[in-house]
Design a binder for this molecule. Structure first.
Ligand code: FE2
Ligand code: FE2
Length: 283
């Protein structure tokens, strides 16, 4: 990856997520991740759109990995003694409500940036959770997520090298997604309950946006730091994005009744997570 684990590590100053005390919170978090993994069905769409064999091979392998991660999160819910439950509507909308129109937008926005944000959230849980088995399960999953991000980075750079005009459009889309994450941080600031980890979420989100900026710089999507980018340049990039990408190739709304709508009723998920062994906290 273009950023190291150290660069992507947020300092939670020793704050911990305790499986027993924070059981409901952890179950909520794991259910968001569970949904995210089921969106692995979209690998099928990108496999069908793959521009070359390398990409086709990658997407078919990625689909296998994302469905292994579905198993991982079901196991974690079982360890917590909690059941699979629906994801928040905002999470559902952000991950399946729309799909990029092109392969280039997918590798940049969804893989390099999007899976990059998810990876940082996974690192955050790994670094704070006081449960050895959950940490080990997540530790194995992040190795694969790192490769998904890396593929996104590599193919974004390749795309820009081949078609420099693409850069500004990818920049416009990236600016909008970073703005959304920043907004989320501002929204949370006044609404978070007192909790040693949760209270640090706004700072963590800002840190994630800073990492995304570094990634965009290293991929060459950004040619200078955001602070040096004038309002006009930002405006032009966003205008170009919404003038050409969204209006002429609209973000596709997915039809209903895909697996992402029905997975909780699936025989391999329904009723999982009950009657699990007692939790063992690790300090
Ligand atoms: Fe995954
Ligand atoms: Fe992934």
């Amino acid at each position: 990856m273009l950023l190291s684990r150290e660069e992507m590590t947020f300092d939670f100053a020793g704050a911990r997520l305790e499986p027993e005390r924070d059981r409901k919170l952890l179950a909520w978090v794991m259910n968001q991740f569970l949904y995210g993994e089921v969106t692995g069905i979209q690998c099928g769409h990108w496999l069908y759109q793959a521009p070359d064999l390398e990409a086709a091979r990658f997407f078919s392998r990625q689909a296998v990995e994302e469905f292994q991660h579905v198993e991982n999160f079901i196991r974690i819910l079982e360890l917590l003694g909690e059941e699979p439950a629906p994801a928040h509507r905002l999470v559902r909308f952000l991950s399946t409500g729309m799909m990029p129109a092109t392969f280039e937008e997918h590798v940049c926005l969804e893989m390099a940036l999007g899976e990059g944000f998810v990876l940082m959230a996974l690192y955050g849980v790994i670094d704070t959770i006081a449960h050895e088995e959950i940490r080990a399960i997540l530790g194995r999953a992040v190795k694969q997520e790192e490769r998904h991000v890396e593929f996104g980075e590599q193919r974004t750079m390749q795309a820009i090298r081949g078609r420099p005009a693409l850069r500004r459009r990818l920049l416009g889309l990236s600016l909008v997604s970073m703005w959304a994450v920043r907004r989320l941080g501002a929204f949370m600031r006044s609404r978070l309950p007192r909790h040693e980890v949760l209270s640090q979420l706004p700072a963590f989100l800002q840190f994630s946006v800073d990492c995304a900026e570094k990634r965009l710089l290293r991929m060459g999507v950004l040619t200078k730091p955001l602070a040096d980018l004038g309002a006009l340049e930002k405006g032009l990039a966003i205008a170009e994005t919404y003038g050409t990408s969204v209006l002429t190739a609209p973000l596709r709304l997915l039809p209903k009744k895909r697996l992402t709508e029905t997975y909780l009723r699936d025989p391999s998920i329904a009723g999982q997570g009950r009657g699990s062994p007692p939790l063992r906290a690790v300090r």
